[in-house]
Write a protein of this length. Structure first.
Lengths: 328, 311
């Protein structure tokens, strides 16, 4: 059913945009589309819509598994510090001159560096939090939070010494936007990557269910808790790192959509993970559609939409079903 | 000795009063200097636009400190820097014995401005976003420094040149212009910016005349769908950035009239993004980009960084 919703969202997003350019016309009246319209639809809009789907799915899956790992309903994909690393990587790349401007090389530079930053953070945090070969939920959470705070402070410092134009680029990178610049190959690559990681996480779905009994409880039913924790941290961080490198910090998706789905589907992770990908995808596609169309031809950063729309909507749903909502 | 305890206190009090008084005397001197015929002698200027206005009024020698983002003219770039638009470094301002701080008007700066006033530094906040505001600011500056006549001349000079451009381009068909101020994400110049006015004067029609702010995040789809005939891309300020009459990033959409007719220009942002006395030069430059058949074509040098030989 969620697949249907996702498809619906994609179709809607594909239909709405500049002028009269729409998917509808592409399928049913192809002859009427001019070359320009075709290009807009197929080269600018569709890749962006699909990218939004991949990003939404990745962030939501990361949110689901981090919430399971940390046994905390407030966990989002960014809490474990990888987003700080990605932001630093991206901002430093921008300062070094890989930032705004022409050329594919320039763009790969920022995104690539951001991802390297994410990987660096991943390794660093894992090293720091691992004591005696294992990490507890508390150490990894604290390490991540402090690392994020450190990165944020570093970014504030960078902002205070940056030139006006650099500042502009940095602020808007951090605000979160689904980029227009990527073609089908990149989007397909990102999709493949995130789906692979999601499948790997799905393999641990039963472990997540067991973890709701606590680590001791999970061990008693045969779950290899340490391995699960480690894998979850690494894989979830990869998803988050990829998303932040490409789109900056898009908030709310990874926090709210998992809860939305739990309210509707319950807490079985075998269902929650795939639903998370599809639901998150649909959510971000819809949010990006609003970001693109609400004040057309102007745009709003998608992070603003996710927060302003997602927040109240979630609270409404929580009030309706909240009495029965137990996390975990 | 009796009352020996009182002596240190008395001493401290006297010292404190002495320091306090010294500050007071300095203040009076400064205020007295401020109301002299020629206006303040030691001026700190935060906004790049205002520095250029000071230059136009031949007041550059009064400038003793500049804002962080000032990069033109070369004569001032080695002066001490005192901060950005809304946060001048109060200590530096005072230690440089600044009489007056001139800045672009900004709500966020009000607190700092009040504080400066209390400390004896006059603050002049000028609006500089539009053509009209630039002219008015020049006149206000003229008044503050006793250079009303000079300001009048500068203002009428600017007006004449811009109206000259406007009338020369009046008969030509308006070309659709996309003015890019930022990439990743895409920012365009919208209504209310001096850039928008320059485009109009130069015989162009801003494709984003319906944007909701002077510098607006816009849809890439819209930028393409509106088929701009001229693209002026001032998004890249890095040294060694692409300059000149080349398609660059926009070349991937070969159906754009601007690409087909080779009217995509990559220009140093400093040339066009600072509203001030260079407005006429901006209008003439943009006119060359939009209507080379009337105004002549532009040289690569004119698109590059500001230098003294090509103002």
């Amino acid at each position: 059913m969620l697949t249907a919703i996702l498809l619906l969202c994609i179709l809607a997003a594909g239909n709405l945009g500049a002028g009269d350019v729409s998917l509808f016309r592409l399928f049913f009246r192809p002859g009427t589309l001019s070359g320009v319209e075709r290009t807009i639809l197929l080269e600018v809009r569709l890749p962006r819509v699909l990218l939004a789907a991949v990003l939404g799915g990745s962030l939501t899956v990361a949110g689901v598994v981090f919430q399971a790992l940390l046994r905390n309903p407030l966990a989002d994909p960014y809490v474990l510090g990888v987003s700080g690393g990605a932001s630093i990587g991206g901002v430093l790349a921008m300062l070094a001159g890989f930032g705004a401007g022409s050329g594919l090389a320039g763009e790969l530079g920022v995104t690539g560096f951001a991802f390297l930053g994410a990987l660096g953070a991943l390794v660093l945090i894992e090293r720091i939090a691992t004591i005696g070969g294992r990490f507890t939920v508390h150490t990894i959470l604290l390490t991540g939070v402090i690392f994020n705070a450190f990165c944020a402070a570093l970014i504030y410092f960078i902002q205070s010494v940056a030139s006006l134009e650099q500042l502009h680029a940095i602020v808007f990178y951090l605000m979160g936007k689904v980029p227009d610049e990527y073609g089908y190959t990149t989007v397909a690559g990102l999709a493949a990557g995130s789906l692979l990681v999601t499948v790997a996480l799905l393999a641990m779905a039963r472990n997540y269910n067991a973890l709701s009994l606590g680590e001791e409880g999970a061990r008693q039913v045969g779950v290899e808790v340490e391995r699960t924790k480690r894998r979850t941290f690494v894989l979830g961080s990869l998803l988050t790192g990829m998303a932040v490198s490409v789109a900056g910090l898009i908030g709310f998706v990874g926090l709210v959509v998992p809860h939305l789905l739990r309210l509707v589907l319950g807490s079985d992770h075998r269902l929650l993970l795939p639903a998370g990908f599809l639901g998150g995808a649909a959510f971000l596609v819809a949010a990006d559609l609003l970001a693109r169309m609400l004040v057309y031809p102007n745009e709003i950063p998608v992070g603003v939409v996710t927060a302003l729309v997602g927040g109240p909507f979630f609270l409404l749903l929580l009030r309706r079903k909240g009495a029965d909502y137990g996390f975990g | 000795m009796e009352g020996s305890a009182k002596h240190p206190i008395l001493l401290l009090t006297v010292i404190a009063l002495a320091i306090g008084c010294q500050g007071g005397e300095g203040r009076e001197e400064r205020i007295a200097a401020g109301v002299a015929e020629e206006g303040p002698r030691r001026v700190a200027v935060l906004a790049p636009a205002v520095v250029e206005m000071m230059q136009a009024l031949d007041l550059l020698d009064r400038v003793v400190a500049i804002g962080d983002f000032v990069e033109w003219p070369p004569e001032v770039t080695s002066l001490p820097r005192i901060g950005a638009y809304n946060m001048p470094n109060l200590e530096l301002v005072l230690s440089l014995r600044v009489d007056m701080l001139v800045t672009a008007a900004s709500e966020a700066g009000r607190e700092a401005h009040k504080r400066l006033n209390d400390l004896g530094v006059d603050v002049l906040a000028l609006e500089t976003e539009t053509y009209q505001e630039v002219l008015e600011s020049l006149q206000t500056l003229g008044k503050a420094f006793g250079r009303e006549e000079g300001a009048r001349k500068v203002v009428s000079g600017i007006r004449e040149k811009i109206e000259a451009v406007r009338s020369r381009s009046a008969a030509a068909r308006r070309r659709r212009v996309l003015f890019v101020v930022g990439q990743r994400p895409l920012y365009a110049a919208g209504p209310g910016s001096h850039i928008d006015e320059v485009i109009k004067a130069a015989g162009g029609e801003n494709v984003f005349a319906d944007a909701m702010s002077p510098y607006q995040l816009v849809s890439m789809e819209a930028a393409i769908e509106r088929l701009p005939e001229v693209i002026i891309d001032a998004s890249d300020n890095r040294p060694g950035a692409l300059r000149g009459r080349k398609p660059g990033f926009w070349g991937q959409w070969r159906f754009l009239p601007a690409v087909r007719e080779n009217r995509v220009y990559w220009i140093d942002p400093m040339r066009l993004t600072i509203p001030g006395p260079r407005l006429p030069e901006m209008a003439e430059l943009v006119a060359k980009l939009i209507h080379p058949e009337i105004f002549g074509s532009v040289s690569v040098k004119e698109l590059g960084p500001l230098t003294e030989d090509v103002p």
